[in-house]
Design a protein around this ligand. Structure first.
Ligand code: ADP
Ligand code: MG
Length: 348
């Protein structure tokens, strides 16, 4: 949070734990039929009737997963929710509830937590999930935020990582490498600012990639799109660590190989131009960048006509027999073994 010297901030100690929880959660309304009891008792109560339930958690630690010098708290709250919803959508499920746990030091005034919760509330409203609980505790120095997301899915609709079959198509939503290049820009501006605090950064040429880093969106729309197109992926995963490592997960768990085509990897023009500026290879960035929160999935070739014209989806490769291995087919048509850390690392 940018501290305003003229403003009076409220110390967390002034509210006490219960006052703080009440203050932060009172504006959240329960909307989902499956939420019987949300915040306010010893535990939340949910009823999913005949549906299967998916549960996922992520823990974000200041200094490890985020840097508050360029990450506004509002965005952090939003992103912490997105990271988890993305995992729910990767199971082909509908996200329904979240819990939010925080550990905060006294260095943060109430107003900082209000910003964090404003971001959480925006996410909850846009993605139509209920905040149903959490935990609040103190930390000696930094901020920790842990979100748990819950979702529902009909039994036959769940998509695991292990269902890819030889000849299936490998498909990705959106474009890749943006979040990583956004981070490069923010890190560079932070260094410039350290040297000269009067130097205001001009982020205008980098709006898209900076937004990809600070305010990612989980692909709820893709789960709906696939359902509307009547396409059930054979395997699916979300891209949190980079395309290369996610492909390896699908191949390993499905016991298959894969050919990924370099010239099919979707890249935004801003990613390409920023890679040129930073003298980085855009394929390496897409393969290893991470934090794009796109969905990577495999579909049967029979489904190709249903997805081929969609601007949100790119076919980037083919699933092969395990013995064929996992390769990147470059623009020069050479085949390079795909590695979780990226092929550039293994070139020399
Ligand atoms: P307990 O002592 O049983 O752990 P708490 O006092 O921690 O209960 O929590 C009271 C209620 O407030 C519970 O419903 C809990 O889930 C909810 N809650 C606590 N902290 C948060 C938070 N940071 N965000 C959302 N809900 C919270
Ligand atoms: Mg508690």
């Amino acid at each position: 949070m940018i501290e305003d010297k003229n403003k009076q901030y409220t110390k967390l100690n002034d509210l006490g734990e219960f006052g703080l929880i009440e203050h932060l959660t009172k504006h959240f309304k329960i909307k989902r039929e499956s939420t019987i009891k949300g915040v306010g008792d010893d535990a939340a109560v949910l009823d999913f009737k005949e549906k299967k339930v998916v549960v996922t958690t992520d823990l974000l630690v200041e200094g490890v997963h985020f840097d508050l010098s360029y990450m506004p708290l509002k965005h952090l709250g939003y992103k912490a929710v997105m990271v988890n919803l993305s995992d729910v959508y990767a199971m082909n499920a509908k996200a329904t509830q979240i819990t939010v746990s925080i550990a905060v030091s006294n260095r943060f005034p109430l107003e900082a937590l209000e910003e964090l919760y404003a971001g959480i509330q925006t996410a909850v409203e846009i993605y139509d999930v209920d905040l149903i609980g959490g935990d609040t505790t103190s930390s000696t120095t930094g901020l920790l935020i842990s979100v748990t997301a819950i979702g529902e899915v009909a039994e036959g609709e769940v998509v695991y990582r292990n269902g890819a079959k030889p000849n299936d198509l490998l498909v990705v939503s959106g474009d890749l490498g943006g979040a990583y290049m956004g981070l490069q820009v923010l890190e560079r501006e932070k260094e410039v600012y350290k040297v000269n605090p009067n130097n205001q950064p001009d982020l205008e040429p980098y709006t898209y990639i900076v937004e990809r880093q600070l305010k990612p969106e989980a692909r709820k729309d893709i789960v709906k799109l696939l359902s509307d197109l009547d396409v059930k992926p054979t395997a699916m995963i979300d891209i949190s660590d980079g395309l290369s490592s996610e492909i390896m997960h699908i191949c390993k768990q499905s016991d298959v190989g894969c050919d990924l085509y370099e010239n099919k990897i979707p890249l935004d023009p801003q990613v390409i131009s920023t890679c040129e500026e930073f003298n980085m290879d855009s394929t390496t960035v897409a393969l290893n960048g991470g934090e794009d929160y796109e969905l990577l999935f495999t579909v049967s070739q029979d489904d190709f006509p249903k997805i081929k014209a969609n601007p949100n989806l790119s076919v980037i490769g083919f699933i092969k027999e395990k013995a064929a291995g996992t390769h990147l087919v470059t623009r020069a048509e050479t085949r390079i073994p795909l590695k979780a850390q990226g092929w550039k690392n293994f070139e020399d």
